[in-house]
Design a protein around this ligand. Structure first.
Ligand SMILES: CC(C)(COP(=O)(O)OP(=O)(O)OC[C@H]1O[C@@H](n2cnc3c(N)ncnc32)[C@H](O)[C@@H]1OP(=O)(O)O)[C@@H](O)C(=O)NCCC(=O)NCCS
Length: 225
């Protein structure tokens, strides 16, 4: 079987890691990188071409190449989401990476442009939306759902029957109790224990997690909308 050809959008550390994971643990072969022309400093990265995002589809046709947006989760994932939508609008099929060392039950549903690293546990009947990052070692309990554009850092425990709302960011070692909904646009601090449903655009810290006066968008510098 020939490998599927992939263009990675980004040349930062997430792109560096995406290259590693896709190359050594997937059936995609990375062909090139692409960044917006304002960020294009070097013509090559990892010995592969770097091309302008504005015209990438002319060089690497969406009929032949898949794409993956490899960016971090700052600004409540806004930058990553904008590039994901722009890439999709060019007609690319978006790849997801799911580590062969993750435990993923057969009926788990995973969307596109997801990045699911080693030691994640995704139990039966779980759902992961589009453009979701699950860094290493998280637990997603049965029947739980992570909506689009979330960033789950590491060693987060998301108990069964929970929902994590769009664009939300869960800091390392945070926990969400069973049947609890985290609203959209939440920033959950590292180590926070979310034991009740949260409200939109909240920064939550502590055990039990308390909503702060500063909102998540204010804390993360989200200014558009
Ligand atoms: C909550 C958070 C957003 C606050 O960051 P910050 O604005 O830089 O805050 P500071 O570090 O200046 O701390 C402000 C106060 O909050 C406390 N605090 C900070 N983070 C805390 C946390 N997670 N839980 C409890 N208290 C916390 C600090 O001790 C400090 O208290 P003090 O004023 O009594 O000394 C940040 O600590 C956090 O949790 N970030 C997520 C990190 C993460 O998961 N990264 C993933 C990397 S892959």
């Amino acid at each position: 079987m020939t490998n599927k050809k992939l263009v990675i959008i980004g040349t930062g550390e997430t792109a560096n890691l995406a290259y590693e994971y896709f190359t050594h643990d997937s059936d995609y072969e990375v062909a090139a990188f692409s960044v917006s022309k304002d960020y294009l400093k070097e013509k090559t990265f990892k010995d592969l071409p770097v091309v302008e995002f504005e015209t990438v589809e002319k060089v690497y046709s969406p009929d032949e190449y898949y794409a993956f947006v490899a960016m971090a989760g700052e600004k409540l994932n806004r930058n990553r989401t904008r590039m994901y939508l722009a890439t999709k609008n060019k007609g690319y099929k978006m790849a997801s990476y799911v580590s062969s060392r993750a435990f993923v039950w057969h009926n788990t549903q995973i969307g596109e442009n997801c990045f699911i690293l080693e030691d994640n546990t995704l139990q039966p009947f779980t759902k992961v939306g589009n453009n979701v990052v699950m860094w290493s070692g998280n637990h997603l309990g049965h029947q739980s759902e992570i909506k689009d554009n979330c960033f789950i850092t590491s060693h987060c425990v998301i108990c069964g029957q929970t929902v994590i709302g769009e664009n939300s960011y869960l800091g390392v070692n945070s926990s969400v109790a069973d049947f609890v909904t985290v609203a959209k646009d939440n920033f959950i601090a590292m180590g926070a224990v979310v034991n009740k449903k949260t409200k939109e655009d909240g920064l939550y810290i502590g055990n039990p997690a308390k909503r702060q006066v500063l909102t998540a968008k204010e804390y993360c510098g989200v200014t558009e909308e």
